[in-house]
Each structure stands twice: as structure tokens, then as C-alpha cells.
Design a protein around this ligand. Structure first.
Ligand code: SF4
Length: 301
């Protein structure tokens, strides 16, 4: 098949819009939507300090690359890459090397903090222990907490993540299945500012995961291809399958899921956002998740 825009050979067919794309027009297609999302979310507002959370995977490396390119001419923008080292031998150490090398190559300032220094444990130490939750349940909470404090300490006005369309649709479905409207109301991208919480932004929000992968490959953006050794435990895997099945049966349903999630999160339950009595972080109760888990982990580690 040929590209819908020119006569060159198609490399990609988007089922949800019925169009074929050659390599050049596929890159344009992705970049156009990312530009639009950056504008819609106001990520590159005048005099911004933008932190990009970079894990070394395809999504965050693509987000960093595009944020760098779209802010190249902007002297009023300070772009910083931040990484959290969870302490996962092999997997994370390989990613750290890649991120350090890439940020150096493209000229982006890079900062890294570890679970070990910030929370006193590594995922490798926690994983073999008997505990109440999956490894990812602990990892996700501490990673978000450390990323937020890093971005806050660096004076960031926005914390950019590489979350794509599929990731976000999965999160909406997870929150619905758990009946967790508080978490739904705290999902990014953030349009409201809450003191102490650096507003999260998602330039790849409208891009399906397979398109991010193809984009990274076409552009030669480096990324780690190995998976975390603990990823099989993630409850997200079930929702990944659900979202993929939905999309296969009803093309375009990922966008509809996100739209519904956004409508549900527009009016957060008032008075539910406060400060943790222990560490001062933003929370929906009297204690933040990280402090609650820290107490739980003290008995395990
Ligand atoms: Fe952490 Fe789970 Fe992601 Fe591994 S898969 S990095 S344990 S959240």
C-alpha cells in the first residue's frame, strides 16, 4: 500500500483513522500531535523549567528527544532530565548508562536519585522478602514520590513523563476497576496547581504505544529493550490486555477511555488533598502512600 499523502510505500497503517503513512509522513503525524499536546497542556510556557522523567525506555527517551527539539530555539526554557534508580541490577544499571550517555550527547542536564539514598532500600533487596503487595506497588509509589521531590528541588514548573495513550487508558481502567476516584482525580496531565506537587504533563498522551515504538526506531532514538525482571507481577498487565482487546474490537476506544477518565477527574472531591503529617508531601489522607509503605516496609526489610 502507498502513503495516503504521497506515493511512497506505506510503513504504517493506523486502523483508528484508516490511513497509511510513509516514513516521512508517519514522523510528521506523530510530531504534529505531540506539538499540539505540548501547546494544549502549556508545557513550554514562557520562562519554564521543565523536568523530563527519563527511565531509558522508548517512551521517555522519545519524550525527551521531542522536548529538546521543540524547545531548541527557546532561551527562556530550562530543560532537565531526571532519573530514579530503583536498584534493579542489570536492568536499571544498563538504563542509567544509556540515559547518561544520551543526555550528554544531546546537551541536556541530567540528575539521578536512588531508592537506596532516598528511601533506604533497593528493589533487589525488597523483591525476595515476604510482603503484602507486588513489587510494583511499592516501586511505583516511591518512584513518583522521589520524582516529584527531585522536580520540586530543581524548581520545575512541569514534570514531563513519557506516558503514552495506552498507559493512560490502562490507568483510567485500573482506577475505575478499583473505584479509586481520588487517584483518578490526581492522574496527569495536571491542569490545576497543587502546592508541593509539580504538575505532571504528558506530551505523548495522544500517541499509541506501537506508534511511539515505531517512531523511536525510525528516528534512531536509543532505548533499552530489556524488561524489568519484576514486571510480571504488575497488575497493570491485566489492564494492558483489556485495553488491547478493546482497541482491536473497537478501533479508537483508547481515546474514548481517556476522554471519559478526564471528564471524571475534572471535578476532584473537594477537601481531599492535604499534606502528609510525616513528610509534608501532598496526599489525599493524613499520611502519604510513601510514608505508609515505609512503615510497612520497616517490618519487612
Ligand atoms: Fe518498578 Fe514494577 Fe516498573 Fe519494575 S516493572 S521498574 S518493579 S514498577
Amino acid at each position: 500500500m502507498n502513503c495516503h499523502t504521497c506515493s511512497r510505500k506505506s510503513i504504517y497503517f493506523a486502523r483508528y483513522n484508516g490511513r497509511h503513512y510513509c516514513s516521512t509522513h508517519f514522523l510528521d503525524f506523530v510530531e504534529g500531535r505531540v506539538r499540539k499536546e505540548i501547546r494544549r497542556q502549556g508545557i513550554l510556557a514562557h520562562n519554564s523549567t521543565v523536568c523530563v522523567a527519563v527511565s531509558g525506555g522508548k517512551d521517555s527517551m522519545t519524550a525527551l528527544t521531542l522536548m529538546k527539539e521543540f524547545s531548541r530555539e527557546r532561551r527562556d526554557i530550562r530543560l532537565i532530565a531526571i532519573t530514579v534508580d530503583e536498584g534493579i541490577t542489570g536492568y536499571r544499571s544498563e538504563a542509567l548508562r544509556l540515559v547518561e550517555e544520551y543526555t550528554d550527547r544531546i546537551g541536556v542536564e541530567w540528575h539521578c536519585r536512588s531508592f537506596n539514598d532516598e528511601a533506604g532500600f533497593t528493589m533487589d533487596r525488597l523483591a525476595p522478602r515476604e510482603r503484602e503487595r507486588t513489587t510494583c506497588a511499592y516501586c511505583g509509589v516511591f518512584r513518583r514520590s522521589i520524582m516529584n521531590s527531585m522536580a520540586r528541588d530543581l524548581g520545575a514548573t512541569r514534570l514531563v513523563t513519557g506516558l503514552n495513550l495506552d498507559d493512560t487508558a490502562q490507568s483510567v481502567m485500573m482506577n475505575i476497576a478499583r473505584g479509586d476516584m481520588t487517584r483518578m482525580s490526581m492522574m496527569g496531565p495536571h491542569e490545576r496547581t497543587v502546592d508541593g506537587l509539580v504538575p505532571r504533563a504528558q506530551p505523548l498522551l495522544g500517541i499509541p504505544e506501537n506508534e511511539v515504538l515505531l517512531y523511536a526506531i525510525q528516528r534512531g532514538i536509543p532505548f533499552i529493550r530489556s524488561s524489568c525482571p519484576y514486571s510480571e507481577e504488575a497488575s497493570r498487565n491485566l489492564f494492558r490486555d483489556i485495553v488491547l482487546r478493546l482497541e482491536a474490537e473497537m478501533p479508537g476506544s483508547r481515546y474514548a477511555v481517556i476522554k471519559s477518565g478526564m471528564a471524571m477527574s475534572e471535578a476532584p472531591p473537594s477537601g481531599r488533598i492535604s499534606r502528609c503529617a510525616e513528610c509534608g508531601d501532598v496526599t489525599s489522607g493524613s499520611e502519604c502512600r510513601a510514608c505508609a509503605l515505609r512503615t510497612e516496609l520497616a517490618k519487612v526489610l
